[in-house]
Design a binder for this molecule. Structure first.
Ligand code: GDP
Length: 468
């Protein structure tokens, strides 16, 4: 398929979704006003909402079907697997130099003072810089807060041939090109910043990724996780046992509810009902195409109470969850072996779900979403975040391009000319996004469908030693 076709197909899908966010959001506001004035009008609006959402589902189903019958489904599968194999072979090449004694190295210390999702993102950041500077990543993980013995007890070592951090010459970042061993700080204190940081994808892969995938950076991050999270045998066994014990089956919607220490500090509280409304909508859509016997949810949370609440309030659902969640997810015992097993399993099952409902402010859910990308040609749309759009901690600015002009209708909105660059702050999931117009420096709301993400690229090495 040509790139225009693939991008247009995704744009229409996105447009249908955004139109419904807008129309339903506005109608719900009108309905509130109507309730006080005219019950009849309110009822009428309810009917429009009820029929309108069916209309939306029908359009989305048709677009999904289009991608199944347009003759490119096999191509998408093959292209995704070719691209993934290429990147995995490059990582394997980078990580296994013939002579570790002379190899250029980048040293990364796993123990960033934060949770597992945050630490994985720290590790992936190190790895992208290693790939960008053609340095073998050396992981220091002894004394890891989640597992004292270190990373290698849980996952395969990041190298078979080179794990020794010593060398002829040492330096802190950035060092010189011929410095053998460079130590990388956490991204928050990285200076100077290399061009390889997210949201950049390698220029040599960008044209293929732009055609294949709805959000190339998430695919790119997913590839590093795919390499890093290859399990040790014991981990693999643990996953298999849990899969049987929890009766994990598809279709299933993965729901992650981040509470406890996050709420009120880094994220707002969202009631269970909000998550479940998104789950319901996923199944309503699915039922347009297939019969669903049981509505299944895989529910992960750091708050055991929310799992009990879900089982009490939603008896018509099968709620799958960690049976030991009270022990594995408590804040008081967070950095321990059982807590590590708990979060590995929850992220695993969330990533294997058909669809994710969560808050992207949590790194747990973003990691699951990133891993999910390694399981489909394009899983960019398989999520509903109740707060942020996708981001990567420490990323360079997230830029959108206006594809249509916009005339501000009130003080909160901003003007757009086609081609304007916008630094997007967030999507409000009501038809509008908020951002800064980089031409006018105006900050305000704009209709989400009038702008599209710009794909960021950087001149990464192209690894000609690894055959295409
Ligand atoms: P964030 O704080 O939500 O952005 O994510 P982090 O991964 O950095 O830190 C949160 C930590 O809380 C996780 O690493 C887990 O240790 C724990 N946690 C959060 N949510 C869950 C969950 O759904 N299941 C389990 N088992 N642990 C969780």
């Amino acid at each position: 398929p040509n790139i225009q076709y693939e991008q247009l197909r995704r744009k229409i899908l996105n447009g249908v979704q955004e139109m419904w966010y807008f129309v339903s959001g506005e109608l719900k506001k009108l309905q509130k006003q109507a309730l006080a004035l005219s019950p009849q009008l309110a009822t009428r609006i309810t009917r429009v909402l009820e029929e309108g959402v069916v209309h939306k589902r029908s359009l989305i189903t048709d677009m999904d079907t289009l991608s199944e019958v347009d003759g490119y489904a096999a191509w998408r599968e093959k292209e995704a697997s070719d691209l993934s194999n290429l990147v995995q072979r490059r990582l394997d090449y980078l990580q296994n130099p013939e002579d570790c004694g002379t190899a250029r190295k980048l040293v990364c210390n796993l123990n960033k003072g934060c949770g597992y999702g945050c630490q994985l993102h720290h590790l992936v950041y190190c790895f992208t810089v290693a790939y960008g500077t053609e340095r073998t990543l050396i992981l220091k993980s002894r004394g890891w807060r989640y597992r004292k013995a270190g990373w290698e007890e849980v996952f395969l070592p990041v190298s078979r041939t080179c794990t020794d951090p010593s060398g002829q010459t040492h330096s802190h970042w950035p060092g010189r090109k011929d410095t053998q061993v460079v130590e990388l700080p956490i991204v928050d204190s990285l200076s100077p910043r290399p061009p390889y940081l997210p949201l950049a994808v390698p220029k040599d892969l960008a044209p293929r990724l732009a055609r294949l995938h709805g959000d190339p950076i998430v695919w790119w991050i997913g590839q590093f996780l795919k390499f890093l999270l290859r399990p040790q045998e014991a981990t693999s066994n643990m996953i298999q046992e849990a899969s049987i014990k929890r009766d994990f089956k598809r279709p299933v919607v993965g729901v992650h509810i981040r509470r406890t220490d996050k709420v009120g500090t880094e994220a707002a509280f969202h009631p269970l009902e909000e998550y479940m409304a998104a789950v319901d909508e996923y199944y309503n859509l699915l039922e347009m195409k297939q019969k669903v016997d049981r509505r299944r949810v895989y529910l992960a949370s750091d708050d055991p109470k929310v799992i009990a609440e879900a089982r009490r309030k939603y008896p018509e659902y099968d709620i799958l969850a960690d049976p030991d969640v009270a022990k594995t997810a408590a804040v008081s015992t967070r950095y321990s072996d059982s807590s590590l097993n708990g979060i590995i399993l929850d992220i695993h099952f969330l990533s294997l779900s058909d669809y994710l409902v969560c808050t992207f402010s949590s790194q747990v859910c973003r990691v699951a979403y990133e891993i999910m990308q390694t399981l489909y040609p394009d899983a960019a749309r398989r999520f509903r975040s109740l707060d942020d759009v996708y981001y990567y901690g420490g990323q360079s600015s997230h830029i959108q391009v206006a594809v249509l002009p916009h005339h501000a209708r009130d003080m909160n909105e901003m003007n757009l000319e086609q081609g304007d660059l916008i630094g997007i702050a967030g999507n409000h999931w009501d038809g509008y996004s908020k951002g800064k117009n980089l031409r006018t420096n105006q900050i305000g709301l704009y209709p989400s469908f009038k702008a599209q993400d710009r794909i960021e690229t950087a001149d990464f090495p192209t690894y000609p030693q690894v055959p295409l």
